[in-house]
Design a protein around this ligand. Sequence first.
Ligand code: GDP
Length: 170
Amino acid sequence: ISSAPFYFRTVVLGAPGVGKSSLIQQLTRCDPSNDDDEPRFVDSGAIVSVQLDGQESTMEFISGSDLLDLECYKADAYILMYAVSEPESFTRASTLLTYLRQDMGTDRTMFLVANKSDLVRQRVVSSIEAKKFSQNNDCHFLETSTALNINIDQLLIGILCNIKKQLTPL
Ligand code: GDP
């Protein structure tokens, strides 16, 4: 039924300081029903309503930096976030991605997100390398800047489209 309510949870993981909270804050601004400009937070996350193909979905975003956080939540999608200016944050994100895909055998939607793309001069992680790594792990790749609001809508819609694809029987 097209009007059935859809509720999807995305867990945002990454090293401290990569921009997880900033991303969640930006995502709440994509929600046109949130017209009082007052983000609706749940614990360490947020709830966003998204209209896609005439269907309304409610998307919950929760952030964490620790693998232990994974055990607490059943997620429909994961964002593995790093900052292009912080090489150790890429190592962390790629470790998390490998752990989820290979050790836990998770088949959920995953996005490797390269944040702080506005810091052009401080960039140390090449997007070619990161993209190749994500392709090898059945993961999508997107570069964002939460500071400049670049690719945030694309990330939101990309996650929702892929979660919905997961639901559709082949
Ligand atoms: P978290 O610890 O992963 O939740 O990271 P925060 O969202 O708290 O961000 C850490 C710092 O990075 C803050 O000072 C943010 O303002 C900054 N930051 C977050 N996203 C960006 C971005 O896209 N570009 C730049 N230049 N700074 C960012």
